[in-house]
Design a binder for this molecule. Structure first.
Ligand SMILES: C[S@@+](CC[C@H](N)C(=O)[O-])C[C@H]1O[C@@H](n2cnc3c(N)ncnc32)[C@H](O)[C@@H]1O
Length: 421
């Protein structure tokens, strides 16, 4: 779309229509957008409240199904990518997490730039741009010999059966060796991504005994307590079989054109592990659209959640946790985001867009969306409004680490900025 006010009238008249697959440009009196006006630092900003993306909407691709704390639904970036960019435009996420924006952009034939201060993000994202054949994964796994004599640097027996642990250590050693010798290839990276995702969880589809959901890893001591309370000991899990099953599941509804799009996007894609405030690899005036969701204050403990995933991938979790933004107050958070907005302004094309998502925190006593507006302005962006996507509360609302049980809704707030020409 060429003009900002066309986008705004689109939002105003937006009605979700299932048969249209996505949306209709023609408003209906019943469902079209509710518009509220707020004044932030004396500037008039419109809030567009509607169900812009919904659980009824076209299903997300199975390739997204990698768990990560506070990830957003693929429908969120899809909404903005389809509305505000064209094929082969560059789509960026400075806080990429499991890579939802990048993967969705790749599926839709866009180019991608993905950054996260935690290198785990790239480990989880990049291999999915090169989806393998299941037979190739099976063949590679068959080459990994299991050494029962391997011993971990710490006691992990509260999570894994002895034989399972030998398998995990053997796969880890094999992957490290391939990397060190320079032989690591796409299939190795795929196996590392899936194994990382299957380490711990709460069903027999994971390597561990019952524990927290797969995107959170409790401490060794807490796991001992969970085992005591539940009266459980880790059972043997066939790790290679689990990796193959998850591979099948990730690939199950990927079409050949989506695979081709992902491969093209992966080849030209830029994957960075830096603070979002300093990304010199990204060219100035190059990004058409950023869709992102930053860490919200110190609600989600990304480093604590990911310590076992970091261990498996030989990443220094302590060093990473020092670099992750964990602001205690809105003032501290705003200072970091102020620098991020200046960097976003540099990389965004004139007339390009930023969709900056903040959830509902502390029962709306902190309105992060309204704090974000002046930050974008001071960097030079124009604020084109705040989209409030209001959905009926579902189980998945929990993945935000944020709930709004009172109103029974799962709400995302997205502040939409545009860089002037
Ligand atoms: C809310 S999550 C993003 C989730 C993502 N939208 C997804 O769907 O997976 C925020 C991410 O910001 C990363 N992060 C925290 N501080 C950062 C910083 N200063 N620069 C870049 N990334 C950072 C965390 O590692 C985490 O992955």
């Amino acid at each position: 779309m060429e003009f900002g006010n066309e986008v705004m009238s689109y939002l105003q008249g937006f009605t979700y229509e299932e048969e249209a697959g996505n949306c209709s440009l023609f408003g209906s009196s019943e469902n079209s957008t509710n518009i509220e006006t707020v004044f932030i630092n004396g500037i008039q900003i419109k809030k567009y409240v509607n169900e812009f993306w919904t659980s009824k909407q076209r299903q997300a691709s199975s390739i997204h199904e990698i768990s990560y704390r506070a990830c957003f639904k693929p429908q969120l970036p899809r909404f903005f990518i389809e509305l505000l960019s064209e094929i082969r435009d560059i789509i960026y996420d400075p806080f990429s997490g499991r890579g939802t924006t990048s993967i969705e952009a790749g599926l839709l034939g866009r180019k991608v730039v993905s950054n996260d201060v935690n290198p785990l993000s790239e480990i989880l994202t990049r291999p999915r741009f090169v989806p393998p054949l299941i037979g190739d994964v099976a063949e590679r796994l068959s080459l990994i010999s299991i050494d029962q004599g391997l011993v971990p640097e710490m006691d992990l027996s509260m999570f894994f059966h002895e034989r399972t642990l030998s398998e995990i250590l053997s796969i880890r050693k094999y992957l490290c060796g391939r990397k060190e010798s320079g032989d690591e290839d796409d299939i190795d990276r795929w196996i590392a991504m899936v194994a990382t995702n299957r380490l711990t969880g709460h069903s027999s589809g994971f390597f561990s005994v019952y524990t927290l959901p797969p995107n959170q890893a409790v401490s060794l001591e807490s796991q001992k307590k969970i085992n005591e309370v539940r009266g459980q000991t880790p059972q043997y899990r066939d790790t290679k079989e689990i990796i193959l099953r998850k591979t099948n599941s990730l690939l199950r509804n990927l079409t050949s054109s989506q695979k081709a799009n992902l491969k093209v996007a992966g080849r030209s894609g830029l994957f960075i592990n830096r603070s979002a405030a300093y990304t010199p690899e990204i060219g100035s005036d190059s990004v058409q659209l950023t869709v992102t969701s930053p860490p919200f204050l110190n609600i989600v403990q990304y480093s604590k959640d990911n310590w076992l995933r970091c261990w498996f991938n030989s990443l220094d979790g302590d060093e990473i946790s020092n670099r992750i933004t964990m602001a205690k107050t809105v003032e501290q958070w705003s200072t970091v985001m102020n620098s991020v907005f200046h960097e976003l302004y540099r990389v965004t094309k004139p007339n390009g867009w930023v969709a900056f998502e903040v959830g509902e925190i502390k029962n709306r006593t902190v309105k992060l969306d309204e704090h974000v507006v002046p930050l974008g302005h001071s960097a030079g962006f124009e604020c084109h409004g705040i989209l409030v996507n209001s959905q009926e509360f579902t189980k998945t609302a929990n993945i935000w680490g944020i709930r709004n049980m009172r109103s029974g809704t799962n709400t995302n707030r997205i502040v939409l900025f545009r860089k002037p020409k």
